[in-house]
Design a protein around this ligand. Structure first.
Ligand code: FAD
Length: 423
């Protein structure tokens, strides 16, 4: 049975479908997860929150903003940055909604110091399947709050959120990129850079093995003060307009990209859109993976396992001949929000996109799962489409602590798959 869609407008008056036949329900932000956590299972209803896009309140003195949950992060920044405020945690796409950022407890390149997006939520309002509204914060209904932050929409629909902001002196950041010769070098540069730089991540070549395993570029940035800066980039709308019949993201494309683009750059000024949202410059870029699309994988291993664990993952990726686009390496700190399904914990995470080649890709990801389990790490659930109950339980042994808070009217295709039928 196909998914139904129910659109929510106006946070104060939003109503859920009452018809039992329309259930289960699952909130939909803007689908940027690419996972099936925002897909309603068999005949259920997707609650489209994109109509909930109004600003409710802005406090320019204390640095607080309250907005409806379907507000896109980019639109919120367009309002905040000229007023001297910034969101303290940003994922790599400005098209993510505030509700999706809370429900995924999304992370940026500053996780060790800033935590996840949820760490900056002061209050939120949750609409449950029985029509009741719950005001949640770290102090009010704190258990429901912890289950909702990073809770992948399973506790109800977030209708509005109040966020704490970070003061900035303008829209620009100072950025520099330095080459890393291998994985150990990348880890060392990221660790050492934390003393001075706020945002740190590496893009590593996933097509090479041996001595060059983990080679790439470490990019580091911090907010800049007023001064002379280049003009802001246009809102980019370059489109991949056709879906090629075959996957164009081949290892040789990745190596060519590495050769052409991976050059260190001295410190320079960059607009926040180009700094945080480079991936948005192409709309529909996932089409390059052909009609079968891609699978996203993000494995995180503890600090002391980073060289061995991530080294093995990179080696298997290169040996598979499937991986092409550079992998993103970030350092993580503790899970400050306590979100029950938030995956962050101290360590290093490697995120990669792989072409969906059916069994070959699934087998490779199964191998990577085993490496991550052996290293005592975890896999990000929010962008997943294929974890099975055993793997999910290995990564989230406490997963059934969600059950008392999960709304019985809510379930996603993801939850049906990983919770082993308990839904
Ligand atoms: C180019 C790109 C770069 C990215 N970079 C990063 C990154 O750096 N760090 C990172 O953490 N993630 C990153 N992501 C992933 C993305 O930030 C998360 O998957 C995010 O949760 C997607 O938000 P969305 O609004 O599109 O929600 P959707 O994808 O529609 O939904 C995601 C989950 O949130 C739930 N949800 C959505 N809205 C609500 C609501 N109002 N109430 C309750 N639940 C809700 C859904 O049910 C679902 O479980 C990136 C994605 C892209 C496309």
């Amino acid at each position: 049975m196909s998914e139904r869609v129910h659109t929510l407008w106006w946070s104060d008056r939003a109503l859920l479908p009452e018809d039992d036949a329309a259930r289960p329900l699952i909130p939909y932000g803007n689908g940027r997860s690419g996972g099936d956590c925002c897909v309603a299972p068999g005949g259920g209803t997707r609650l489209d929150t994109r109509g909930l896009d109004r600003l409710r309140h802005f406090d320019p003195v204390r640095g607080r903003v309250a907005c409806e949950a379907g507000t896109r992060l980019g639109d919120l920044l367009d309002f905040l940055v000229p007023r001297g405020w910034m969101l303290p945690v940003l994922p790599g796409s400005r098209r993510v909604t505030v509700g999706g950022a809370v429900a995924g407890d999304v992370h940026g390149a500053n996780h060790p110091t800033a935590g996840g997006f949820g760490a900056w939520v002061r209050h939120l309002e949750l609409l449950r399947g029985d029509g009741r509204r719950w005001f949640c914060s770290a102090f009010e209904n704190p258990d429901l709050f912890r289950a909702t932050v990073g809770g992948l929409g399973l506790t109800g629909v977030i209708v509005w959120v109040e966020l704490e902001l970070k003061a900035v002196r303008g829209p620009f950041l100072t950025r520099e990129t330095v080459a890393c010769s291998d994985l150990a070098d990348a880890l060392r540069l990221i660790r050492a850079g934390g003393e001075r730089w706020e945002y740190l991540q590496a893009h590593v070549d996933v097509t090479v093995r041996g001595r060059r395993l983990g080679r790439g570029l470490v990019s580091r940035g911090q907010h800049a003060g007023p001064g002379r800066h280049p003009p802001p980039p246009w809102e980019t709308q370059r489109q991949v307009t056709i879906t090629p019949q075959v996957n164009l993201m081949r290892p040789w494309v990745g190596r060519l990209y590495h050769r052409l683009h991976h050059r260190p750059q001295p410190a320079g000024s960059v607009h926040y859109r180009a700094f945080f949202f480079a991936a948005d410059c192409w709309e529909n870029w996932t089409r390059l993976y052909g009609p079968d699309g891609l699978l996203h994988y993000h494995g995180l291993v503890p600090e002391d396992q980073a060289v061995a664990g991530l080294g093995e993952i990179l080696d298997r990726l290169a040996a598979s001949g499937l991986a092409a686009a550079p992998g993103r390496l970030r350092r993580f700190g503790p899970n400050r929000t306590g979100g029950l399904l938030s995956f962050a914990r101290p360590g290093f995470g490697l995120a990669v996109d792989l072409p969906n080649r059916g069994r070959a890709t699934l087998d490779l990801l199964g191998e990577l799962d085993r490496v991550v389990v052996a290293a005592g790490g975890t896999v990000e659930p929010g962008r997943d489409r294929r974890l099975d109950p055993a793997a999910f339980a290995a990564f989230f042994p406490q997963w059934d602590a969600m059950q008392p808070y999960r709304d019985p009217a809510f379930a996603s295709a993801f939850w049906r798959r990983v919770a082993g039928g308990i839904s």
